[in-house]
Design a protein around this ligand. Structure first.
Ligand SMILES: Cc1cc2nc3c(=O)[nH]c(=O)nc-3n(C[C@H](O)[C@H](O)[C@H](O)COP(=O)(O)OP(=O)(O)OC[C@H]3O[C@@H](n4cnc5c(N)ncnc54)[C@H](O)[C@@H]3O)c2cc1C
Length: 468
């Protein structure tokens, strides 16, 4: 059967676009954290929408599942095969063209395999800005970012990926192509179908291209790292700065003392810029060329320092200094991975409850898992915390295997009892299925299953993900 299938696939794709060797397939079969791995029959690398459609149709007929994959930077192992039916990985990486840029309308059309960074660069070349920014942006692709509704460090001002999408081109599970690549700001003509595929994690269709809204270019910005004495002070600083800067505050990130340690240990010659109990990384941005943005930030921080909300602050004086500050935040996930990894969580709570949420988590770990080390950081400005629990010093991550479910369930409960979410920006994939079962209502799950049944009755697309 596999030989017949591969034979048929060769009538759609040239040989170089079908990977069957174990070594060639391995990077596509393994998730970013290198925890989940399962073999695929092959990796298919189409270069246009018609090829994607033909492959999906062939797989549907042959009873073979299709796992769509972008940059494979997802943190819930949603883009790699699972033990289910025989599967192929369909990588969108060769669909990497920007089809059109419309500077007047403020939009561009990118194929699914274009990276977030390439979209940012294309926007900049048109004197515009694409605001979704995250540490994996050089590898994460538009299709993957839309399918996970990715967030990142500027959600505070610009929203997550969902807010940037004007239209989509999607290959459906039966192989039909839906051309919904409209770039309109207004279009009330029935259900807004694109929303089904945004955050859909490849269960309802394969995104092959997207029309994306561009924002006005940022012409000046000021970036600062502040030290704070307590979690309450971090929240007060956020409130204080936000009140003064309003929408000009485009980033507000939280870095715990342990996350700072971890990051600096992995940055070459990474000297500690400040000493504090916790840190807040802030950016103000303006769409006009103005030197005063730094003055606005300095004034804003003066009040914070006077009121003893911030203990110390560094305001970047050059692009190089800005990059150094941002790097501290962006290095945390890689540093954690190279130190052996952690049991990861991606919770959100109402912003006002962040201090008490972190305190509850720290108390939980101290009481129930005292040998473990919490590594907490995240997007303070939108209520999203990455709560990662590292094994005891010198121990491997596998040593937490027996306690992993209990740790996760306790942390998710802390978020849920505060009106939060157990998965704020990474999605469900195969890693948060227990959370879906525990926390989603039967009504919500029924509705999701009904949509899956209507759009993909043969379960061709990404089985074993999202829906328990
Ligand atoms: C260092 C690091 C930092 C990160 N920081 C953030 C952050 O700040 N905010 C955040 O939200 N995420 C973050 N992530 C997670 C990740 O980068 C995002 O989820 C990203 O959007 C995934 O894009 P990708 O192209 O790598 O998708 P993949 O990992 O390849 O796939 C993700 C999911 O989308 C599906 N998919 C992929 N392409 C398509 C397509 N064309 N059509 C349909 N389904 C598709 C896959 O099947 C899978 O379910 C980070 C990851 C890393 C490694």
């Amino acid at each position: 059967m596999t030989a017949d299938f591969l034979q048929s696939l060769r009538s759609i794709l040239p040989p170089k676009a079908i990977l069957t060797g174990d070594e060639d397939k391995a990077p596509f079969e393994t998730d970013w954290r290198q925890i989940h791995r399962h073999p695929a029959i092959c990796v298919a690398l189409p270069e246009n929408t018609e090829q994607v459609a033909a492959i999906v149709k062939l797989c549907g007929t042959a009873g073979i599942a299709v796992v769509p994959q972008g940059g494979n930077t997802g943190l819930v192992a949603g883009g790699v095969p699972v033990p289910d039916r025989p599967q192929i990985v369909l990588s969108l990486k060769r669909m990497n063209k920007i089809r059109n840029v419309d500077p007047i309308g403020g939009s561009l059309i990118a194929e699914a395999g274009v990276t977030l960074l390439e979209v940012q660069q294309a926007a900049a070349a048109a004197a515009k800005m694409f605001p979704v920014s995250l540490a994996a942006e050089g590898t994460a692709q538009i299709g993957g970012a839309i399918s996970t509704n990715a967030g990142g460090i500027q959600v505070l001002s610009y929203g997550s990926m969902r807010r940037q999408v004007l239209g989509l081109e999607v290959v459906l599970a039966d192989g039909r192509i839906w051309n919904g690549l409209r770039s309109l700001r207004k279009d009330n003509t029935g259900f807004d179908l694109k929303q089904l595929f945004i955050g859909g994690e490849g269960l309802l269709g394969i995104i092959t291209a997207a029309s994306l809204a561009l924002s006005p270019a940022i012409l000046s910005r000021a970036t600062a790292l502040a030290g704070v004495a307590s979690l309450d002070a971090a929240l007060a600083l956020f409130q204080n700065l936000r009140a003064q800067a309003g929408d000009a505050m485009t980033m507000c990130e939280f870095i715990s003392a342990s996350a700072m340690e971890l990051s600096l240990a992995h940055i070459n010659a990474g000297r500690r810029p400040l000493h504090a109990a916790a840190y807040v990384l802030v950016e103000f941005s303006a769409h006009t060329e103005t030197a005063s943005i730094t003055a606005v930030m300095e004034t804003a921080f003066e009040a914070g320092l006077t009121d003893a909300i911030a203990t110390d602050v560094i305001i970047a004086q050059s692009e190089r200094e800005r990059a150094d500050l941002i790097r501290i935040r962006e290095t945390i996930p890689d540093a954690e991975l190279s130190e052996g990894g952690a049991v990861k969580h991606d919770i959100s709570v109402p912003i006002a409850l962040i201090p008490q949420t972190i305190r509850a988590i720290e108390a939980l770990i101290a009481e129930k898992f005292p040998d473990c080390r919490p590594n907490i950081f995240g997007h303070l400005g939108d209520g999203n915390l990455h709560v990662n629990i590292r094994p005891p010093p010198g121990a491997k991550l596998q040593s937490l295997e027996a306690r992993k479910a209990a740790i996760t369930s306790a942390i998710e409960s802390i978020a849920m009892t505060r009106g939060g979410s157990f998965s704020a920006e990474h999605g469900i994939g195969q890693m948060r299925l227990a959370g879906m079962k525990a926390h989603k209502s039967e009504v919500e799950l029924d509705l999701m299953r009904a949509l899956k049944q209507a759009l993909d009755p043969k379960r061709t697309l990404n089985p074993g993900k999202m829906l328990p």
